[in-house]
Write a protein that binds this ligand. Structure first.
Ligand SMILES: *Cc1c(COP(=O)(O)O)cnc(C)c1O
Length: 336
């Protein structure tokens, strides 16, 4: 039996058709700009996200860092959420490699940053301060979808204050599928967008950074400097093309499976789930149990979870609706 791994949507394995696309990919040296499959992925991503250009990156971490370094110079500042991936989970790369200062703010309950707080955090134009250059948002954030009117208001504020906008859109297609809109209705508010191919979209490796030709050229230079110039990368880009052309609409299945799992777990007395907060493919369950015992019990039955009592559960394309029923059954058995 294949394991039911609910820790993350990064654990998916490429399907046979995706592997076939990788095997058959035409390749060339992408550092010379000569890999036709990378070039095709980059134009496809730019077209889908509504930007002039795109860049194939090794990871979302690299793609976010390149965007920050394209927008900000040494001594500049970006405003970002306290629990944003870009700030908290990327090794402090912007500070370490870009000499860029973060200005973290607490997230609101809905995954937005209060625009009043953003406004208040922008530094005056005065040599005492770092220069505030960029507002960085995340969509989805912990499975939450940012409302379109919020994005519009954020863009207006950024326009007034001469800030650029970057979207950590690792799961931006989960957001567009959830809202039932074209992803461009989300990405149009941003100067740059990072989108992961290796999360819900199911590619083994890679992210795309989308933006203006000028920003993407800057990012390309930084990518080389960071060791991210890949040669016959078309083998990986082919998986990305497959992901963008086959695995977007089906994200709604992951959202349905997350809700089904949330509802099933919420029936168990020792588990609390805020069903209102279940929006896409990620949610949290608070569990009153010895977590290491629960972990081992489930693992023996082929279900893999983390061990935090504030448990993050993630659905993805390697989880079927039968897997969800089976998982709920296994949890129930443990708590009996
Ligand atoms: C996964 C993720 C990233 C990028 O992660 P990599 O593992 O470097 O590809 C960025 N932002 C968010 C919100 C993520 O979940």
């Amino acid at each position: 039996m294949k394991p039911i791994d609910l820790r993350s949507d990064t654990v998916t394995k490429p399907c046979v058709e995706m592997r076939r696309a990788m095997m058959n990919a035409a390749v060339g040296d992408d550092v010379y700009g000569e890999d036709p499959t990378v070039n095709r992925l980059e134009s496809l991503a730019a077209e889908m996200l509504g930007t002039k250009a795109a860049l194939f990156c090794t990871s979302g971490t690299q793609s976010n860092l390149l965007a920050l370094m394209a927008h900000c110079e040494r001594g500049d500042e970006y405003i970002v959420g306290q629990y944003a991936h870009t700030y908290r989970y990327e090794g402090g790369g912007a500070a370490v490699l870009g000499s860029i200062q973060p200005q973290p703010l607490d997230f609101e309950k809905d995954g937005t940053l209060s625009l009043e707080k953003v406004s208040g955090a922008i530094k005056p134009d005065d040599h005492h301060y770092a220069r505030t250059k960029l507002l960085c948002l995340e969509n989805t954030h912990m499975g939450k979808v940012l409302p379109l009117p919020y994005l519009k208001a954020a863009k207006e504020l950024a326009g007034d204050k001469a800030l650029k906008m970057h979207l950590d859109g690792a799961r931006v297609f989960n957001a567009s599928v959830k809202l039932g809109v074209d992803v461009k209705d989300i990405t149009r508010y941003f100067d740059t967008i990072s989108c992961c191919l290796s999360k819900g979209l199911g590619a083994p490796v890679g992210s795309v950074l989308c933006g203006s030709a000028e920003n993407i050229e800057k990012a390309r230079r930084w990518r080389k400097l960071l060791g991210g110039g890949m040669r016959q990368a078309g083998i990986l880009a082919a998986a990305g093309i497959y992901a963008l052309t086959h695995n977007i609409e089906r994200l709604k299945d992951d959202h349905g499976n997350a809700m089904a799992l949330a509802k099933g777990l919420a029936q168990i007395e020792s588990i609390t789930v805020d069903l209102q907060s279940v929006r896409t493919n990620i949610f949290f369950a608070d569990i009153k149990a010895d977590m290491s015992r629960l972990y081992s019990f489930l693992k023996e039955r082929g279900v893999i979870i983390d061990t935090s009592a504030h448990l993050r559960l993630v659905t993805h394309l390697d989880i079927s609706d039968e897997d969800i029923d089976y998982t709920i059954g296994a949890f129930k058995q443990f708590f009996q």
